[in-house]
Design a protein around this ligand. Structure first.
Ligand code: SF4
Length: 234
């Protein structure tokens, strides 16, 4: 099992991520807590980029539960059809919008249980909404945070809930609000799944991962293309 980091190392780990990016933000585009909730629900098993592509034009005119219900499931499905699992997601978004109107005065509840009762909203989505819209120090464990926490020895766990509970215990209070974004961005752009960019990683000396990469991956396809281009020129 990976050796855990010490308290001093954890402090150092987050202070370096903070130095790199003092005010991290979600990469999902949204206008208000409602559009954030919809965007996060649509992002399950999809990239933020693909969600933004569909929601940026949608949210220009549809940014409240009432407007979403008026749009209707069929038109919503058409607007988000580039996002994976869009039919089920459109159904959930219409259903959750109706519940927000009927039970919560058209507002997004600042309450974990109420959020998790909404169709298509699980613990991860509730954590993101509580963190980003309401400033609560929650940590939503997605695939990136799960990987980074296990590799580095920060908070190893067999499943997302174990990792979330581990992180909540060890992340110093001063870093809790933004820990979620720092870890996601680190996993998305540096500690990537297949070949982590260890040589350029700011926490390399603190990280416990035993298979750190020694050199940055060479982009073979581009190399081949340039060679082919040279041959053609000759
Ligand atoms: S050193 Fe490598 S494995 Fe460790 S956190 Fe950095 S990128 Fe990830």
């Amino acid at each position: 099992m990976v050796k855990l980091m010490t308290r001093a190392e954890i402090e150092d780990f987050f202070s370096r991520l903070k130095k790199q990016n003092p005010d991290p933000k979600t990469e999902l585009k949204y206008k208000n807590p409602y559009t954030l909730l919809v965007a996060v629900a649509l992002s399950a098993q999809a990239t933020d980029k693909s969600v933004n592509k569909a929601t940026e034009p949608l949210f220009k005119t549809v940014d409240t539960p009432e407007k979403m219900v008026a749009l209707g499931e069929a038109k919503l499905a058409d607007a988000i059809k580039t996002i994976g699992l869009y039919r089920g997601k459109a159904k959930n978004v219409i259903a959750l919008s109706k519940i927000l109107i009927e039970k919560h005065g058209s507002r997004v509840p600042e309450d974990r249980d109420a959020l998790e009762e909404l169709p298509g909203v699980g613990r991860k989505t509730a954590n993101v909404v509580l963190n980003v819209a309401f400033g609560e120090p929650t940590i939503a464990v997605d695939t990136h945070i799960f990987r980074v926490s296990n590799r580095t020895g920060l908070a190893p766990g067999k499943n997302p809930l174990e990792v979330e509970e581990g992180l909540l215990k060890i992340v110093p209070d001063a870093y809790k609000l933004h820990a979620h974004h720092w870890l996601i961005l680190h996993g998305r752009y540096t500690c990537v799944a297949r070949k982590p960019l260890c040589p350029t990683c700011v926490v390399r000396d603190l990280c416990r991962f035993k298979d750190k990469t020694r050199e940055l991956a060479v982009e073979k396809p581009k190399l081949k293309m340039s060679l082919r281009a040279k041959r053609v020129k000759r």
